[in-house]
Design a protein around this ligand. Structure first.
Ligand code: MRU
Length: 375
């Protein structure tokens, strides 16, 4: 990804200080580019919980780097096993919906429980965190390659030069991942191939990841886009102004139900009513092979009422928060909703496209056929 012309990933080990991992504090974007230094597993847990970092793949990588920092801390502890167990539990308790978090921590637990000398264990945790980040970047690149033909096919049906109009919700871009993004990867590749695009960016209340992060990314990549209010998508679809919807997912069941940022379900309903293809782009790390029924089984995060009561913006010199609801009113703040597989046209994975069904997913990931047990 390029920020102001410089190539970055969203998380990286400090080049000189082995006790430090760097990331961006996304709460300050798009107004300020602030590099945050994580120096303990508690820093990593706070960064995930308070959404300095967010987006399913980046949450997983940050947790893995948090376990690397825990590995370093354990070397200075009287009871290293206790510290490592606390770290695994604290990181797991940060956010409940994105399953990448739990997949990354499961892999870290295997290293922690391998009975290695502490310095070797810390080194292996560092390597594992790097590997998870590298895998994520590579997977997102491949999602882009598999999604590109969808956009190309729509472009081919249009008069030359007319843009393919894509609607997306929340931020499933490079800021949510390590690089490329999931939903955005096909868009970035299409843009590189010279296909004209216009992206409708849902603002994504309450935290405005669309308005703040996706619009910022698309701007950095030079892609034409407009921010729209969360309720505008249906109107645009009714008037023939949307060719394709592509969103990300935080957890996908083996039957293809997807949990994504609150409001995704309503976009899928509107897309179905208007006969517009609705695709979900996902790395296999967001598939929870143990779950079948998304509505019944996917835990939905509920966040602070204040995220709804207050809205944050840039005054021109600083971030400022103002209240938008009456004092005394209560708010409800569900972070995600579930779009049932029946409303999804197709899944774009790193191994190709498939129908949103158990047969479709197992066709691409046959090795997961037996992975059905609950923890
Ligand atoms: O609450 P967030 O900002 O972590 O939610 C992010 C999303 O809903 C993304 O669409 C999802 O993580 C997919 S990211 C590739």
């Amino acid at each position: 990804m390029h920020l102001h012309g410089t190539y970055y990933r969203t998380i990286w080990p400090h080049p000189e200080d082995p006790g430090c991992v760097c990331t961006f504090d996304q709460r300050r974007l798009p107004f300020e580019l602030v590099v945050e230094e994580l120096r303990s597993y508690r820093d990593a847990a706070a960064a995930i919980r308070e959404m300095h970092v967010r987006g399913a793949p980046l949450i997983g990588s940050t947790a893995a780097y948090g376990m690397y920092l825990a590995g370093l801390e354990a070397r200075r502890e009287k009871d290293p096993e206790k510290l490592l167990e606390n770290a695994l539990q604290e990181l797991a308790a940060t956010r409940p919906t994105a399953v990448d978090l739990f997949h990354a921590l499961d892999r870290c637990r295997n290293v922690v429980e391998a009975g290695l000398p502490l310095p070797v264990m810390a080194e292996q945790l560092r390597e594992l965190a790097g590997q998870i980040a590298d895998e994520s970047a590579d997977i997102c690149r491949r999602i882009g390659e598999h999604g590109l033909p969808l956009i190309r096919a729509i472009a081919a049906r249009k008069p030359a030069g007319e843009p393919v109009r894509i609607l997306t919700h929340c931020n499933a871009g490079w800021l949510a991942c390590i690089d490329y993004g999931t939903a955005t990867a096909p868009m970035y590749l299409a843009h590189q191939h010279g296909i004209p695009l216009h992206v409708w960016v849902d603002e994504t209340r309450p935290r405005n990841q669309g308005a703040r992060l996706t619009a910022f990314e698309l701007g950095q990549e030079g892609i034409s886009h407009q921010v729209i209010t969360d309720n505008a998508g249906g109107h645009l679809m009714q008037h023939g102004l949307v060719d394709l919807v592509i969103v990300g997912t935080d957890r996908t069941t083996r039957r293809g139900d997807v949990a994504n940022k609150i409001g995704t379900y309503l976009k899928a309903l509107a897309a179905r009513d208007n006969d517009i293809p609705f695709y979900v782009a996902l790395p296999s790390s967001t598939i929870d092979w143990r779950l079948t029924d998304g509505l019944a089984d996917i835990p939905i995060e509920e966040r602070s009422e204040d995220e709804v009561h207050y809205i944050e913006g840039w005054t021109g010199s600083e971030l400022h928060r103002v209240r938008v609801s009456p004092q005394g009113s209560r708010a409800a703040n569900y972070g995600f909703d579930v779009t049932p597989a029946r409303l999804v046209t197709g899944l774009i994975t790193e191994r190709g496209l498939c129908p949103p069904s158990e047969e479709g997913l197992l066709g691409l990931f046959p090795e997961k056929a037996q992975q059905t047990s609950t923890p």
